[in-house]
Design a protein around this ligand. Sequence first.
Ligand SMILES: Cc1ncc(COP(=O)(O)O)c(C=O)c1O
Length: 485
Amino acid sequence: MSDLGLSRAEVERLGRRVVTMVANQLDGIRERPVNRPVPQDVRRRLLALPFGEDGLAPDQILDFIAETIMPWPMGSGHPRFVAWVNSPPAPIGILTDALASTLNSAGDGAEHAGRFLLKAVTRWLAELIGYPTDTTMGLLVSGGSLANLTAIAVARQRAAERDGWDIRVEGFQGSRPAYVVYASDEAHSCVRKSVELLGIGTANLRLIPSDAEFRMPPTALAVAIAADRAAGRRPFCVVATAGTVNTGAIDPLDAIADVAEREGLWLHVDGAYGAFGCVDPAAAPRYAGLARADSVALDPHKWLSVPIECGCVLVRDAELQRRTFSVIPPYLDSAAAPDPDNPRWTIEYGFTLTANFRALKTFAVLAQLGRSGVRAMVARHNQLAQDLAARIDGAPDLERLAPVTISAVCFRYRPAGAPDDEAILGPLQTRIAEALNREGEAYILTTRLRGRTCLRACIMHYDNDVSDMAHLVERARTWGRSLNA
Ligand SMILES: Cc1ncc(COP(=O)(O)O)c(C=O)c1O
């Protein structure tokens, strides 16, 4: 046996041990603290971990993981973890991820069944949100950041083609009018990073002030585009958000699509968090216009409980996307011989070459839920968010700071009659979140809305129920009272 090889008996014995570790982690999670801060000695031990001259036995490695890593998880599997946009990993996704590693297919290249499954899974995702599938390319990527970057790169390619120049050859080195991107001031920070990385520059990113509901006003968008044109710049892309990271606000997509169409701009929708919200009939009207987008980002690892990492980008014009990214070196030449039953390798449509076989866990989670299961889960989360909002509205010392559109709820502790003074209320919210997270009863974030610090809960667990909402309100009020006193 080589240094890494294991006998079949050993694979089975160790595999059972790993599966037991998985089951132990999932079983009874509700009864354990949501969050366990990593003790100082463990931090130091890990930071200084020596790389030994001699290898360890697999059992020693699993002992180490069981004792030193698994007791201190981020907590996103717990039903009372409501921070960021992190759904818990579905058990079927965890288990099939091991199968994906076993197959170890290098992304989408070469001949393997996973290539064809990827096509089906990205089509399922498009169908789920009612996005056209005929000319669309779907890629599974690491997450929303790469999905948005990919889409904006394709938008930039289209603008350059329309202007009659080859950006892939010339880059942004010439003396051309500045290319401008539009998004709301509630757009995710990865839009800014994308604009920086694509050579557009933040000087050419217009963050349109959002309205009272944290949505991008189409009129202000049109005014900003006109101002840029008047100044000789080249507007080319609007990034609308369907589910902002702070409040879950959905920009008025249909009206923004009208502006984009009139102005000849690419419309990208960042639905990394919220695109799946459209399957909830109560929220669906808010998504009118989504299918008009040139591209959409939507992350199975955010709302659908597909284990991290799994983002997705859909681009309606697959050929344009290929012109944006395709480079076929001689050693990948077989990628250039497509036929209807053998679609081109997706490596021609994005930046990444070798990639994890994300389609397998995504297929497994979607297949277990079925369309009706996805609808029921998303609708339940949205209803629970409404339930939480109603409890907040009914509490004299809590104040909601944003409308609840999908599953995110922003609120703060403010004793009845207390002035709206951020200098006092802001640090109070931070201390409430710290206390709540430290006691392990919940895990919540703070964010800032229009200069006000607030608590933010995002409801995403497949096991959430109203008791979790009641509990969160009770703990926030209890800590608020005690820390305010
Ligand atoms: C609206 C939105 N877009 C993009 C992202 C970035 O996604 P990722 O963290 O998967 O890169 C997030 C993350 O929460 C998000 O909420």
